[in-house]
Design a protein around this ligand. Structure first.
Ligand SMILES: [Zn+2]
Length: 167
């Protein structure tokens, strides 16, 4: 009886894996919908690629710390003012970056592409986004399936968050 009880209370690995996988997928789909709402100007991109499967970046071999930083960035699990302000009910337009003089909202776009604090760290990304406006560059970098670009973005996010934490 005891054995039976244990057997039932611990999910079998296959079941657990399949449950975790569908939870991650669900979370990702919700995230994708949120992104879609935020970047409403990206209609053409959305039409071109209406839905996403599991995230490609998860299968790219890279430094675990970089992957962790990228996941947190993508899931809005970070300390940028856009998120921190949400927790203290600060109006969106008041969630400004205090690390530069741009007087812009410190959101993911500002962090990845605009903030002067990370200018040096951002250099490796430049060749891929020359000629693109900020929103197009953001979409390109975050939705690229090319492993080299995914690695560069992950490394940037990792190093930039460290730099930010030391200011
Ligand atoms: Zn800034």
């Amino acid at each position: 009886m005891v054995g039976h009880f244990f057997h039932r209370s611990i999910p079998n690995p296959n079941e657990f894996y399949s449950m975790a996988r569908s939870r991650i997928f669900e979370k990702y789909q919700n995230e994708w919908k949120t992104d879609t709402a935020i970047f409403s100007s990206l209609d053409s991109y959305i039409k071109f690629k209406p839905n996403h499967g599991l995230e490609d970046y998860l299968s790219v071999a890279m430094d675990k710390r970089h992957l962790n930083a990228l996941s947190r960035f993508r899931l809005h699990s970070h300390r940028l003012a856009i998120e921190m302000g949400r927790h203290v009910d600060l109006n969106r337009e008041q969630r400004l970056c205090v690390y530069c003089n741009a007087e812009q909202i410190e959101d993911e776009v500002h962090f990845l592409l605009v903030c002067e604090l990370y200018e040096e760290l951002r250099r490796p990304l430049f060749p891929f986004i020359i000629g693109l406006n900020t929103h197009d560059a953001f979409v390109f970098l975050l939705h690229s399936t090319a492993p080299n670009i995914i690695r560069l973005v992950a490394k940037f996010v990792y190093l930039a968050f460290i730099k930010r934490s030391k200011v």
